[in-house]
Every structure is written in structure tokens, then in C-alpha cells.
Design a protein around this ligand. Structure first.
Ligand code: GBH
Length: 473
């Protein structure tokens, strides 16, 4: 470990007295700017990847809850609708070629439950065939399919039955998962993700009203989280059971988005309190349920959740971590009582109004690793909305620098997925934010590589990059 010099310490110090002490100890050591280049090299086995989600790219997801939600009016920015999205459904060959051009080893994508089971118990053979074709195409091109079974959207019929709040949710999800594995499990897919970031999905759907079902009531959050934990646990067992019987080696995990939460007004105990609640609900509760078999979080007087869910304990073979940003948390006197804000210099803010905070990736992965010291960790999403593509390359480099640092410290990170391949339907924000390595022409739907796509391709080829570090000495 390198020792930080007194000036860097001074910058990092938030404590007034400590700053003065450090300041005094710095006298006589004038700082000078330095910049040096470090060669960042990743292991040969490292899985370079890009990630997508079915509803955001495929198009025509007519039997889903999102399709209905988009048509309620005023729910999506600019009243955009997913409609054809990027038309990925009809462009498998073209998009696989893009993946080949990039040279990724792994492609993370999701299957659309609403397309596979448009009506309860009614299986769409064509959809299952389609996904089979997609998987075989990837395999033929030596790209590992990394499959997510649920990425936010659900069949509308399931939503009408209460979605994840329904006592039958684990049963319905399990039936779908079983069907999928029976049809696609033999194709040689190593890793399966049950859920993509369920907590954020449910907060958006039940507390913020930004996702379906569009509710705004803190009280409603507990039930669907329990439903998801139970559904995950049951699916984990089912997948392993069938795989064992058929002698197919698989790994089953879950993808969790982790944010850095900091207190907005350090002097305000209510803000500290609000921060600790959000940290628990958003970052911790679900992971802890999978670690210990107990789901615990509370919003005093509104929700008090403390439930044994023994079946969930140990139901992870790997953990996916999505990382995007840092948020500052404050307490407010009206519901939902907790608010988040972005505080950052203008050049550090993205089209999502999120702060670029690469060190946060280091921090959240360190915490996840402490919670699950034995589990392989996949950086399952990390990306930036940036139409101009000016910030994307430094964004990727700065985040990968921390991935590299973690690997050097023996944290078992097996891969990194950039979010996302092509500009897509960004949920409640519609088509405005541009996360893609490839630019999507919204009229012709043609895909054009941005400079960052070329950069990512070269990085993959070289298994690393030259990293220019700037600082003070
Ligand atoms: C991902 O999750 C999704 O998996 C993906 O589908 C989506 O396209 C991508 O995000 C980009 O949006 O400032 O209050 O909005 C993201 C989980 C939740 C992480 C929101 C950042 C910021 C909170 N994200 N969070 S806020």
C-alpha cells in the first residue's frame, strides 16, 4: 500500500480539526501536480461483457405490464413508448455480429417472460424457439450467454394477479423458470440470473410510481420484496434440481444494484437516520436475506419487516453487482420522508443526472465481498448515459481501474459488463438517455459504433489499457 502524502490526506479530510493538524504537518512540502501512466492488465480468464434487457431492446412486448403502463399517459418522459425499441427481436444476426466485432466473451441478456408465457400456462413455442436460436447463434460465435430470467417487466396477466405481492408469485415464477430450463437448459448456459435488481424495481413501482404498477405508498413495499425473495429461493432450488438430474453444470445467482449513499447535511441527525434506512432497504436487506435467511428493514410507523425466510439462505452461487452512482440522502417531513440528491460538479454529471463516482465501485464491491467472501462477483452492469460520447471512455477507464485494484487484492471478480450495447428504451426516461456503445438512429434503427465502442474493442483485445493517473505529489 502506498502512503498518501499530507496534501491528499488534507483533501480527503472532512474533519475541521484534523484538517488544521494535517495542514500544519504539510508546511514545507509544496505539492506539485503529477501524471503517470500505468499499464492495466486483466487476467486472461476475465470475462469482457456487455449487458442488455429484453424489454429495452426487443420491441413489441405487448403482453407485458410495461406495455400497458406506457400507455397510461404521462408515465414516461416525452410520452415515449417502447414500441419496436431497437427491433433486436428481428436483428439477431446483425446484433450478434456487433458482439463479435467488439470481441466480448460474454453477453448478458434477459428472457421476456411475457413473450414466453403471454397467458397463464399458455406457452409460446415461437418465443422459446427464438431464444434457442439466439443462444445457439451466440455459442456458434464463441460468446457465452449469461441469462437473466427477470429484468423488471412481467406478463400483464401476472401483474393483474398482484405480481410479486401475490402469494402465488413463487409458484408462477417457478413454473416459468422450469419451462425455460426444460427448453433451453441443455444448450450449455453456465450462468443464470434469477432477478435483475428487484429492490429498485419495486421501489420505483410501489413507492415512487415511476414503474408499473405505478403506486406511491411506502407501506406497499414489503410484500413484493418478500415475494421476490421467495421466488428467487424456489427458482434457485428448481434450477439446481433439474440440472443435477440431467447432469448439466450450472451456477445460479442474482444481480443487485448497489449505490453509495451519503448523508446530505452532515450536521443533521435526521439525514443520518434517513441514510441508514436507505442503506438497509436498498443495499443490504435483500443480500442479507440471501446470506442469513432473514429479511429485515423498517420505516418507523410505516413498515416493520423482520421475517424469517430460511429457504433463501445460501441461494447464491455468484453475485452480480450493478454500479452506477453516489447519492446524497436527506430527510423530508412529507412522504416518502427520504429524498436523494445528486451533488457534483457539472462535468461529473451524466444525462441521467447521476454523479460519476468511480471509487464507489471499489467501495460497493468491497462491501459485497465482505458479505460473501467465498462468492465470485460479476460486475453485471456499469455504464453512462452520454450522447456526445465525451465522458464514456474516461468513465470506463476509471471504473475498470478500480476493478483492477480489487482483482489485485484478490477479490474474485470474474467479469465486467458494460451497460449497454445499443441506445435503448431507458424505462421511465424513454429514449432520451443514451447508454449505448452503439448509437441508435431512432428513425432508421441503424446502429453506429461510437468512439467508445472502438475503445472497448481494443481494450478487450489487449486485455487492458494504459491508464493515466493524475494527482498531487
Ligand atoms: C439498471 O439498474 C437497470 O438494470 C437497467 O435496466 C437500466 O437501463 C440501467 O439501470 C440504467 O438506468 O438517482 O434516484 O434515479 C439501475 C439501478 C437505480 C442505479 C437508480 C442508480 C439511481 C437512483 N439504478 N439508481 S436515482
Amino acid at each position: 500500500m502506498k502512503k498518501k502524502n499530507c496534501f491528499t490526506k488534507l483533501i480527503y479530510s472532512t474533519n475541521f480539526f484534523l484538517s488544521i493538524m494535517l495542514g500544519l504537518s504539510c508546511v514545507g512540502a509544496p505539492p506539485h501536480a503529477f501524471s503517470k501512466t500505468e499499464e492495466i492488465k486483466f487476467p486472461d480468464s476475465f470475462e469482457w461483457c456487455v449487458a442488455t434487457a429484453s424489454h429495452q431492446i426487443e420491441g413489441n412486448n405487448k403482453d407485458s405490464d410495461w406495455w400497458e403502463f406506457e400507455r397510461r399517459g404521462k408515465t414516461i418522459e416525452n410520452e415515449d413508448r417502447s414500441t419496436k425499441a431497437t427491433d433486436h427481436w428481428n436483428r439477431l444476426e446483425e446484433d450478434t455480429q456487433i458482439l463479435v466485432d467488439l470481441g466480448v466473451k460474454t453477453y448478458r441478456f434477459s428472457l421476456e417472460w411475457a413473450k414466453i408465457e403471454p397467458q397463464p400456462g399458455n406457452w409460446n413455442k415461437e418465443a422459446l424457439e427464438h431464444y434457442k436460436k439466439e443462444i445457439l447463434l451466440l455459442k456458434k460465435n464463441n460468446i457465452k450467454p449469461f441469462i437473466t430470467l427477470n429484468h423488471f417487466s412481467i406478463p400483464y396477466w401476472f401483474a393483474k394477479k398482484g405480481g410479486w405481492t401475490s402469494p402465488q408469485a413463487p409458484h408462477f415464477f417457478n413454473r416459468y423458470v422450469k419451462k425455460v430450463f426444460e427448453n433451453l437448459g441443455h444448450l450449455g448456459i453456465e450462468s443464470w440470473v434469477t432477478f435483475n435488481e428487484p429492490v429498485w424495481n419495486l421501489i420505483s413501482g410501489y413507492v415512487l410510481g415511476a414503474f408499473p404498477p405505478g403506486k406511491k405508498d411506502l407501506k406497499l413495499l414489503a410484500a413484493p420484496i418478500v415475494g421476490v425473495v421467495k421466488s428467487h429461493a424456489l427458482a434457485y432450488k428448481t434450477l439446481h434440481k433439474i440440472a443435477k438430474k440431467r447432469n448439466i453444470p450450472i451456477k445460479v445467482g442474482l444481480v443487485k444494484a448497489l449505490n453509495i449513499f451519503e448523508t446530505l447535511r452532515k450536521w443533521n441527525p435526521l439525514d443520518h437516520y434517513a441514510r441508514s434506512i436507505l442503506e438497509r432497504v436498498y443495499n443490504l436487506s435483500l443480500l442479507e436475506a440471501l446470506q442469513k435467511g432473514r429479511l429485515k428493514f423498517s420505516f418507523p410507523t410505516i413498515v416493520n419487516m423482520d421475517k424469517e425466510l430460511k429457504e433463501a439462505k445460501g441461494t447464491l452461487d455468484f453475485l452480480g453487482v450493478n454500479f452506477y452512482t453516489r447519492l446524497f440522502v436527506k430527510f423530508t417531513f412529507s412522504p416518502p420522508f427520504i429524498k436523494t440528491e445528486t451533488v457534483a460538479a457539472k462535468d461529473k454529471i451524466t444525462e441521467m443526472h447521476w454523479e460519476i463516482y468511480p471509487e464507489g465501485l471499489y467501495k460497493v464491491v468491497t462491501k459485497a465481498h465482505q458479505m460473501f467472501p467465498k462468492l465470485p462477483i460479476f460486475i453485471s452492469e456499469n455504464g453512462i448515459a452520454d450522447k456526445t460520447d465525451k465522458k464514456r471512455i474516461p468513465f470506463i477507464k476509471d471504473h475498470l481501474y478500480y476493478v483492477y485494484k480489487l482483482i489485485k487484492q484478490k477479490v474474485p471478480i470474474v467479469g465486467y459488463c458494460y451497460w449497454t450495447l445499443i441506445d435503448n428504451f431507458e424505462w421511465a426516461h424513454g429514449y432520451r438517455p443514451r447508454f449505448g456503445l452503439y448509437e441508435l438512429d431512432l428513425k432508421t434503427l441503424s446502429r453506429t459504433p461510437r468512439p467508445s465502442a472502438i475503445f472497448y474493442k481494443n481494450l478487450i483485445k489487449k486485455k487492458g489499457f494504459s491508464y493515466e493517473k493524475k494527482g498531487f505529489k
